[in-house]
Design a protein around this ligand. Structure first.
Ligand SMILES: [Fe+2]
Length: 321
């Protein structure tokens, strides 16, 4: 199907101004021409975050699984594909058993098997290139007569969106089949009673989609952003805390995917993850099935209070009675 990754997310939010401020602090740029009521923010690769008031009737309706509607959440993901032919293939495949609409600009809109709004378009993102970090170590001199870039603080720029996480209650197998059999995602690894890490058919990222099962939890959980290196992750998290935003978990390093992480509660809904150094996967990697997540999920973490915690812990508005 030629799906390569996340092109755009649209959120419906209770507070547009606060959500915009959050993503600007996070390291996105406001796009020219964006209005105050529906700002669009951009990443380095051209990916976008679109913010709208939750009351905006043009937003995709919340999917039916939310027991209690959260005041703010992500409403629709647009996946990028390489070619117009890919869009036609998706339209034909999904049109067999659900409504698929097409915008004037060619973007497709439909829903997955749990009702989450999904869309597809020929990608508007571009490839990123960065020089390798020039650092020094035992027997290896990469930087001479110069301070490191990170010797002084700087504001980070978010590079691209890497993955989404949905909670998938019980019907996990159905959602897995939908994304693998209907949309050409590959399973990187699965963990018993925890979930499935999937990558797009045209992606080497360890995962672009994680279907996580935890009891009957349902809903959008997080989107992960990729930064250049661990200094970027630390500067990002430090700046967010200085601006008064609340850390959810981190910093630390995941076992599955290997990536460094730092999560924050997001006023636009759910949490966001800043990360770097994710595993790159090819067809030589056999899909793995694990009984448990090794080492509790994190190879290291900095804050003692993070012991035993996993992404998604805490109070979520849709689960309140
Ligand atoms: Fe993540």
């Amino acid at each position: 199907m030629g799906i390569s990754g996340i092109d755009s997310l649209t959120y419906g939010v209770a507070d547009v101004a606060a959500s915009r401020r959050f993503f600007e602090d996070w390291g996105l740029s406001l796009l020219d021409g964006a209005t105050d009521s529906a700002p669009v923010l951009q990443l380095a690769d051209g990916g976008t975050i679109c913010l709208r008031a939750a009351s905006d009737t043009a937003l995709p309706a919340l999917p039916p699984g939310y027991g209690q509607a959260p005041p703010s959440t992500m409403r629709e993901v647009i996946w990028g594909v390489h070619h117009a032919d890919d869009l036609q293939a998706i339209e034909a495949e999904l049109g067999r058993d659900r409504p698929v609409t097409r915008d004037a600009d060619g973007t497709l809109h439909t829903r997955d098997d749990l009702g989450y709004a999904i869309g597809f378009r020929v990608t508007r993102r571009h490839a990123l290139t960065h020089e390798a970090v020039r650092d020094n170590g035992p027997g290896r001199i990469g930087r001479i007569d110069a301070r490191a870039e990170a010797a002084l603080p700087y504001r980070v720029r978010q590079q691209r969106m890497v993955h989404l996480v949905y909670w998938v209650p019980r019907q996990s197998q159905q959602m897995l089949q939908f994304y693998v059999e209907r949309l050409g995602f590959h399973v990187t690894e699965s963990v018993k009673n925890v979930g499935h890490f999937l990558r797009c058919g045209a992606s080497g990222d360890h995962h672009n989609l994680f279907l996580q099962t935890r009891g009957d939890n349902y809903g959008f959980q997080h989107v992960a952003f990729e930064l250049r290196n661990i200094d970027d992750v630390m500067f990002c998290g430090q700046h967010m805390e200085q601006q008064g935003w609340k850390s959810h978990l981190g910093p630390g390093r995941h076992v599955l995917g290997s990536n460094v992480y730092w999560y924050f509660w997001c006023p636009a809904g759910g949490i966001v993850e800043a990360g770097c150094d994710l595993d790159f996967i090819t067809d030589h990697w056999p899909a793995k099935e694990l009984e448990v997540v090794p080492a509790g999920g994190s190879s290291w973490f900095v804050r003692a209070e993070d012991a035993g915690l996993r992404p998604g812990h805490g109070d979520w508005p849709q689960f309140k009675a």
